[in-house]
Design a protein around this ligand. Structure first.
Ligand SMILES: [Zn+2]
Length: 255
């Protein structure tokens, strides 16, 4: 049977996701923003928490880790590059490692940029990617611990995944990202159409995720750093992809 997914908001704009495998009865939580909303989701679904996958050390992704461990004794996986910053990890994972859960193999992809040890979790059999604060719909995470060159390499890794991959992200930043993206990629028709769609979705109080790798490649400026029309709009016709990436990220920081 296919995996069942429960996506919900916590702490305002943090996304939280539970992945449930009806065959093995495993339930995986991706990141642990706040216990209250997670307990409500477990109650609603009737699922028993068995695993937690942590992407990075920021407080809004690990806050509920300790209380959840105490209550359910799940097995917790997290980035080995940030082991000293996260209490409660049972197994440390890094680039290329695999984890067996939900009757499938999960691949760990290290994506330094937002934090130095940030990891994404990819479920190839189900075509799911949990990208947390690396990749957002039409955006990318703030570069707190690494620079644009590293983050661009991280984006290259994600761009290599199949277009139909369903992407779950750490925050509902979609509309703000779209409004910024059209300022650097004004001639992108797919982006303009998407801005209209997400505007309507947000006004209706709907979640805008998951997205897909294919849609992000069309509309996310950080995936389009080699695109001629985007480069022309920035006046950077001869710049390298990393220079373009850095310029877009810098403009977003000031937007
Ligand atoms: Zn973060």
């Amino acid at each position: 049977m296919a995996l069942e997914i429960e996506q919900f908001m916590a702490r305002g704009d943090n996304f939280c996701v539970l992945v449930h495998d009806p065959d093995s009865h495993s339930t995986v939580l991706i990141d642990a923003p706040r216990e209250e909303e997670i307990l409500a989701a477990l109650d609603r679904t009737g699922w028993n928490l068995t695993h937690i996958l942590i992407t990075h050390h920021h407080g809004d992704h690990v806050e509920a880790l300790k209380p959840l461990k105490h209550r359910f004794t799940p097995k917790v996986f997290g980035p080995k590059g940030e082991a000293d910053k996260i209490d409660g990890l049972d197994e440390l994972v890094g680039d290329g490692d695999t984890i067996s859960i939900c009757n499938q193999t999960v691949e760990v992809i290290e994506t330094p940029g937002h934090t130095a040890g940030h990891v994404c979790y990819y479920f190839p059999k189900s075509g799911l990617l949990f990208a947390a604060d690396t990749l957002f719909a039409m955006g990318c995470g703030r570069l707190f611990e690494k620079g644009p060159a590293e983050m661009q390499k991280s984006f290259d890794k994600l761009a290599a995944l199949p277009d139909e991959t369903q992407v779950y992200c750490g925050h509902e930043y979609t509309l703000a990202n779209a409004k910024f993206a059209v300022t650097v990629d004004p001639d992108n028709e797919a982006l303009r159409e998407r801005l209209t769609v997400v505007d309507v979705q947000r006004q209706a109080g709907e979640m805008t995720l998951p997205t897909t790798i294919g849609l992000e490649k069309q509309t996310n400026p950080y995936f389009r750093t080699s695109d001629a029309s985007l480069k022309a709009a920035l006046g950077m016709e001869n710049a390298s992809p990393t220079e373009v990436f850095a310029e877009i990220r810098g403009r977003k920081d000031r937007f």
